[in-house]
Design a protein around this ligand. Structure first.
Ligand SMILES: CCCCCCCC(=O)SCCNC(=O)CCNC(=O)[C@H](O)C(C)(C)COP(=O)(O)OP(=O)(O)OC[C@H]1O[C@@H](n2cnc3c(N)ncnc32)[C@H](O)[C@@H]1OP(=O)(O)O
Length: 168
């Protein structure tokens, strides 16, 4: 992370603390409520530029016997951290994502995520997140990620004809 990052302020019209931040879109693998397969994560705005989220670890998320697959956990962090810049009213995509896996996460557990925006430079937004299973003093994983602000229309312009819609 560069040393010259600036603090980033919550947008005055951002989702208020305690309220759910809206879906990226209904068929999103991370948050979509109509996606045939997905994490269905709901991210809740916190104070300042922070968020929280929870995810129940379902049987289909299994990697090693009895525990979550590392890629599923990575996707969950990506979703939570990628939603948090919406508090700035900035659409972003992931540029870089790094996960520290501290403890196995059993099937059936509920993962609690907390995320904060550390700051930014230009279009770059740096975030950090942690995960625990109910005791905030016992972390099971952590993550850092860099998100890049995009122009939504331009970024997805060449792909919209491939988009999958609910009911197809
Ligand atoms: C709202 C959408 C839903 C969000 C869902 C949850 C998040 C996701 O999973 S998004 C999906 C995964 N991510 C992607 O598909 C992104 C694919 N990558 C891209 O499209 C492009 O590389 C993109 C847009 C990130 C950057 O490209 P571009 O707009 O040309 O900008 P570019 O000039 O290369 O980079 C901007 C800055 O970021 C830096 N940067 C870009 N990638 C990285 C990286 N991996 N590591 C470090 N720095 C990086 C560049 O060095 C540059 O820095 P500076 O301004 O200091 O020169």
């Amino acid at each position: 992370m560069p040393t010259d990052i600036e603090p980033l302020a919550r947008h005055p019209k951002a989702t208020r603390p305690g309220e759910k931040i809206g879906l990226h879109h209904s068929m999103c693998y991370g948050c979509g409520d109509e996606a045939p397969v997905g994490l269905r994560i709901t991210v809740v705005a916190g104070e300042g530029v922070t968020t929280t989220a929870t995810m129940k670890v379902e049987d289909w998320m299994q990697g090693g016997p009895g525990v979550i697959h590392g890629g599923v956990l990575s996707a969950a962090f990506d979703e939570v951290m990628g939603t948090t810049p919406l508090l700035l009213r900035k659409p972003v995509v992931t540029g870089h994502l790094a996960i520290d896996y501290a403890k196995p996460i059993p099937l059936g557990s509920t993962v609690h995520f907390t995320c904060e925006i550390l700051g930014g430079v230009g279009r770059k937004i740096y975030t950090r997140a942690y995960a625990h299973l109910g005791d905030p003093d016992v972390l099971v994983a952590g993550a850092h990620a860099l998100f890049i602000e995009i122009d939504l229309e331009k970024h997805f312009a060449g792909y919209r004809d491939k988009a999958v819609h609910a009911g197809e």
